[in-house]
Design a protein around this ligand. Structure first.
Ligand code: NAD
Ligand code: MG
Length: 390
């Protein structure tokens, strides 16, 4: 029996993970599940899977969670500290699928156990890449990618020497607005940005796909995960979402990873690694698909994408600034305080302010400094939004 914990169990990745685990319940001993405001879903899954512990992020929902778990043997807890504590409970495989920088602290705790962390939460590497990699190394923990592009790169690297890699190409569907006239983007609504042409995901990452903030995070994630240089990373728009990534080698060969757009492939690969086991995903029928298209991304349409290289050039805590500013700008967009295109402008302005802030830019990467930077960047976005409104 493998002991598993799932952080962000009630979300899109969390539910797909539970789907896979539920198919072979006798193989898994579920330690902890965590969620947010959806107490009923969290409690139901915790009961059904016989988890030791269920934790909600919301402290004021502890009584609701306790009530929902009455009569079961599942322990209830609440709050960010309780989530971090849950990550210290011994487990062999831990899924990191909280959305946003809130996934960082429990991810670090999980790595300190020296177990395997399946990383869907890309923000962990964007905010604190070197700290995370060092923690993994110091505790002999293993990080496995769950983001589909990174899982694809990881698979295209099997048996190869990383020094033979010339370039890494990750694909992007182009999101909800890939075929919209440019002049209409300024009026794009939250509802329109929240529907993805190919993937079924949580709302925040779906909007980030439309703006390509998601791809920008993934470019930085690629750099941190595989230690390639920024100039070795390329993005290709590929509307069919069949080729997830490609690795180009020094002899000119390109290994592409293909598959149906279903996150259960990448989750299942990380769950069973280094083996391959049967997974309930559609098989590719390339004859039926007929053709696959690729084109270079238009940086005018996707100003957020270019920011990834600006962030990598800055290094240090710039990733934490970028991610926090992006999260806050997204909050403002969802609350309809700023327009779709304002998000990239606001984040770029915050990065410039970061350059000008003495001390901060050279601060060492500690968890405290990442948290402080995160907090400050969110405040700076609020300042820009207020300025614009005024
Ligand atoms: P989601 O919004 O569907 O679920 C997020 C989960 O995190 C929920 O369980 C929610 O309760 C929890 N959560 C939210 N805020 C929290 C907080 N402050 N503290 C603790 N828990 C909190 O998101 P998702 O689409 O499943 O994405 C999860 C992560 O996986 C993100 O980092 C995303 O970028 C990444 N990812 C998702 C997909 C996908 O297909 N959905 C693909 C690749 C990567
Ligand atoms: Mg992805």
């Amino acid at each position: 029996m493998r002991r598993v914990s799932i952080f962000g169990a009630t979300g899109s990745i969390g539910q797909n993970t539970i789907d896979l685990i539920s198919r072979a319940p006798s193989d898994y001993d579920v330690v902890a599940l965590t969620g947010g405001a959806n107490i009923q879903k969290l409690a139901n899954d915790a009961r059904r899977l016989g988890a030791d512990l269920a934790v909600t992020a919301h402290e004021d929902k502890l009584d609701d969670l306790r009530a929902a778990l009455t009569g079961s043997e599942v322990e209830a807890a609440a709050g960010a500290n309780a989530i971090a504590e849950a990550a210290t409970r011994p487990a062999d495989w831990i899924m990191s699928a909280i959305v946003g920088s809130a996934g960082l602290a429990p991810g670090i705790e999980a790595l300190k156990q020296g177990s395997t962390l399946a990383l869907a939460n890309k923000e962990t590497l964007v905010c604190a890449g070197s700290l995370v990699m060092e923690t993994a190394k110091a505790h002999d923990a293993r990080l496995l990618p769950v983001d589909s592009e990174h899982s694809a790169v990881f698979q295209a690297l099997v048996g190869e020497d990383i020094t033979a890699v010339e370039r890494v190409i990750i694909t992007a569907s182009g999101g909800a607005f890939r075929d919209w006239p440019m002049e209409d983007l300024v009026n794009a609504t939250v509802e329109q940005a929240s529907s993805h042409p190919n993937w079924d995901m949580g709302q925040r990452i779906t909007i980030d796909s439309a703006s390509m903030f998601n791809k920008a995070l993934e470019v930085i994630e690629t750099r941190e995960f595989f230690s390639v240089s920024p100039t070795q990373i390329e993005v290709l728009v590929h509307p069919e979402s069949i080729v997830h990534a490609m690795v180009g080698y020094r002899d000119g060969a390109v290994m592409a990873h293909m598959g149906a757009p279903d996150m259960r492939h990448a989750i299942g690969y990380a769950l069973h690694w280094p083996e391959r086991r049967d997974l309930p995903v559609d098989r590719l029928d390339l004859a039926k698909i007929g053709q696959l298209n690729f084109k270079a991304p238009d940086l005018k349409r996707y100003p957020a994408l270019k920011l990834a290289w600006d962030v990598m050039e800055r290094g240090g805590l710039a990733g934490a600034v970028f991610n926090a500013a992006k999260e806050r700008a997204l909050d403002h967009f969802i609350a309809r305080r700023i327009s779709f295109l304002d998000m990239a402008d606001a984040v770029a302005a915050v990065l410039d302010r970061f350059d000008a802030s003495d001390g901060l830019i050279d601060a060492p990467m500690t968890l405290d400094n990442v948290h402080q930077t995160d907090h400050l960047a969110r405040q700076w976005v609020d300042d820009t939004v207020v300025e614009r409104a005024g």
